[in-house]
Design a protein around this ligand. Structure first.
Ligand SMILES: Cc1cc2nc3c(=O)[nH]c(=O)nc-3n(C[C@H](O)[C@H](O)[C@H](O)COP(=O)(O)OP(=O)(O)OC[C@H]3O[C@@H](n4cnc5c(N)ncnc54)[C@H](O)[C@@H]3O)c2cc1C
Length: 454
């Protein structure tokens, strides 16, 4: 068994002073949850509205999924785009993906305004496919993106595989045949077992460090309108009163609007005006999956990378819970006190949490997940000069719609959500934060695929 040991948390400011919610407070908006969703929501509320905002975090900022992910920046949905089109229609599906893509610009906006000292890189990453069937669903997604002006690049298919002849005519214009060695080179692997590579706009960032530094910036810049309380577990929300009340162990926060940025697993009750508990419905709309990661350090100079790989023999389905795992590998600069300069991380193995089963970050990690990542790395990469240093896990919240929930609760619009990560949540959280500021400003907002429904 191995202890949960995330590299992202090692870079946080551990002596930072925190405040606990000990006395009652009033604010316009209370945000619950201090991960990337909560803190970017805080940022956009402060910079785009004149509201007074309080953020309440049960533990320390950025120690949830935000501090236990792979840190790949990517604007995509795990759910196939064609399924979203079937459910919501082409217009809404394309607008939804466009909204997630807009998070690249929002990230630029944050860095321009704050000058945060957090390193992040943007580049092209690649998806690798060992079998033709694994590629088929993504052809339609890329085709829709191409036809609707979203970010897309030609899919590379090797001459040697003869896959190109099998590609339906309609998709040929978004594919390009190349030598097998080009694919092997882009995927940066040792063998020739992958025959197609799908380029994507990607980036890497320590989302926990970003979240912590952005929170500190908000506190300094907006001293009159911003407060953050940590180690303050919220155990209830009262909506039956004239003004919504957030109740912690120590005190209350009274406000006009509440935004849940809890990733979906908050363990508190929500009483509505009718006295009904909203949470019984709400909680069952989310399923948890625990994702496992292994991290290696190196002093070798390695180019940044953010790729994923569908291995030989692995089956894909539109439901992430029934699909075989794919592996995602990232490389990046990483300042480590022991002098290491690069970090290589491998993720893929996941374990589903049964209904209402509680996840603890303190859980040890089963050896089998670790062995699976090591096996994948050794099968596909040159592991010379890298040393295993980290092993961690985090909780992903899967909504039943397979999409993030962003917007107002239909039963009581004073309650809002920016949650449900579905495994790809960094850019979607940022998009959600901006959208919440539009809501709080009471701007007219088109219906979206992220709207909470009952
Ligand atoms: C293994 C793994 C790999 C991933 N890889 C990627 C990736 O490469 N790219 C990507 O885009 N996404 C990835 N994700 C998803 C991404 O990390 C999340 O979508 C994102 O961090 C979610 O941020 P959040 O703020 O919504 O949730 P969290 O970071 O989990 O924050 C929620 C916060 O709410 C607090 N909270 C909960 N209940 C209460 C309460 N009752 N009172 C007060 N506070 C409460 C929690 O303590 C927590 O700090 C990955 C996730 C995992 C687990």
């Amino acid at each position: 068994m191995k202890t949960n040991n995330s590299p992202w948390l090692t870079q946080l400011h551990h002596e930072r002073e925190i405040k606990i919610l000990e006395n009652d407070h009033n604010a316009d908006v209370v945000i619950i949850g201090g991960g990337i969703a909560g803190v970017t929501t805080l940022f956009f509320l402060l910079t785009h509205t004149n509201k007074k905002v309080i953020l309440i975090e049960a533990k320390r900022l950025a120690h949830g999924a935000t501090g236990h992910n792979a840190g790949q920046l990517v604007a995509e949905f795990e759910k196939p785009l064609i399924d979203i089109v079937r459910e919501y229609g082409m217009g809404m599906a394309v607008r939804g993906l466009g909204a997630v893509e807009s998070a690249w610009e929002l990230l630029d906006e944050i860095f321009e305004q704050t000058n945060l000292d957090v390193s992040w890189r943007q580049f092209i990453g690649y998806g690798g496919y060992a079998e033709f069937e694994q590629l088929v669903g993504d052809l339609e997604t890329e085709f829709i993106k191409h036809e609707h002006g979203l970010i897309t690049f030609p899919i590379l298919v090797s001459y040697e595989s003869q896959w190109f002849e099998k590609i339906p005519e309609k998709y040929k214009k978004i594919c390009r045949e190349v030598d097998q060695r080009v694919i092997t080179e882009f995927l940066d692997i040792t063998g020739n077992g992958y025959h197609a590579a799908l380029p994507q706009k990607k980036g890497v960032m320590n989302s926990a460090l970003f979240t912590e530094k952005l929170a500190v910036w908000c506190l300094e810049k907006y001293q009159d309108r911003c407060q953050i309380f940590e180690e303050s577990f919220v155990h209830g929300i009262e909506l039956g009163t004239e003004k919504p009340i957030v109740i912690t162990n120590g005190a209350k926060a009274i406000c006009s609007n509440i935004v849940l940025c809890t990733n979906g697993f908050e363990n508190f009750y929500i009483h509505t005006q009718e006295g009904l508990a909203l949470d019984t419905k709400f909680h069952h709309a989310l399923h948890g999956a625990v994702g496992y990661m292994t991290g290696f350090v190196s002093s070798r100079d390695l180019e940044p990378m953010a790729n994923y790989y569908y291995e030989q023999g692995k089956k894909r389905s539109s439901d992430p819970f029934t699909s075989d795992p794919y592996f995602y590998v990232t490389r990046r600069d990483f300042e480590h006190p022991e002098g290491f300069k690069k970090l290589v991380t491998v993720g893929g193995p996941e374990m589903r949490l049964e209904n209402r089963e509680i996840y603890y970050r303190e859980f040890d990690v089963a050896e089998e997940f670790h062995n699976e990542s090591i096996r994948f790395l050794e099968d596909n990469f040159n592991t010379k000069g890298i040393e295993e240093k980290f092993f961690w896990h985090g909780l992903m919240g899967y909504t039943t719609s397979g999409l993030r929930l962003v917007g107002r609760e239909p039963l009581d619009p004073r309650l809002m959500y920016n949650l449900g990560c579905n495994g790809v949540g960094i850019l979607p959280s940022i998009m959600g934060g901006r959208k919440i500021a539009h809501h709080v400003n009471n701007e007219e907002i088109e219906e979206t695929i992220f709207d909470p429904k009952r």
